[in-house]
Design a protein around this ligand. Sequence first.
Ligand code: IPD
Ligand code: CA
Ligand code: CA
Length: 259
Amino acid sequence: MNTYYFTLDLIQEAGRLLEVKKQQNFCVSCKNGNPKDILTSLDVELGEFITNKILAQYPDHSIHNEEAVEIAGNGYQWAIDPIDGTASFARGIPQYAISIGLLKDGMPILGAVLDPCTNELFSFRKGEGAWMNGEMLQPSAITDLKSSYVLFAAGRKDSQCEWAGESYKSLLTSVSKIKTFGSSALWLCYVAAGRVDGVVAGTFSSLDIAAAVGILNEVGGVVCDREGHPLEISNKSQRVYVANNQAMAGELIKLLESS
Ligand code: IPD
Ligand code: CA
Ligand code: CA
């Protein structure tokens, strides 16, 4: 079976399952007792569902599922975030996504992000394009902060509070609109779709949502660290800058990393 279409079918099946299951009772808890890190029983259930389907089709592949231990395999690695935006999901806020990406030797080669609340399905195949429900994605061409919409998420680390407060203040006087909502996978898809022009995130783990990184990179968008270097896909939680283009990434870094 074609792996891209396998991924699209799987994520849509997972989306239907999640939307049915959320009508029933599910448990909400915290990871490691941290009230800033919410987990539901459906994160675990959906992660297992997706993993089992992948392994039935590709038994030799490696699996990274945010909510389970790593499964080692060959140079192909699936990166699964069963619910990206659990905190919103747990409280009935329709701002979450499912993310499934496939990496070869650490580079995203195809993947999909589904917003089950709007049925927007974002996807890409490396070197071929990125789409939303079949329509080619295109970031905005905006390069100046004054006209830009920027998504800002302070993140979970207390150590970043000061930077986050100062940054928010700087953005207020520099950009057109500051937005925020609960799924980092969708943030990147929104940049790819031209809905926002940049994202500043205090804590960001790229491996879980490698599909979204692949989608944005495919249409020329930028995902970089605070020094402006392209972000390596990893499990590390770090401050990142995401933008429609290199110029916008540079402007954001200049504004928020100079003090
Ligand atoms: C979180 C969401 C959230 C972002 C956090 C992520 P999770 O993922 O993407 O928008 O601010 O940094 O950890 O925990 O819901 O999969
Ligand atoms: Ca998650
Ligand atoms: Ca996540």
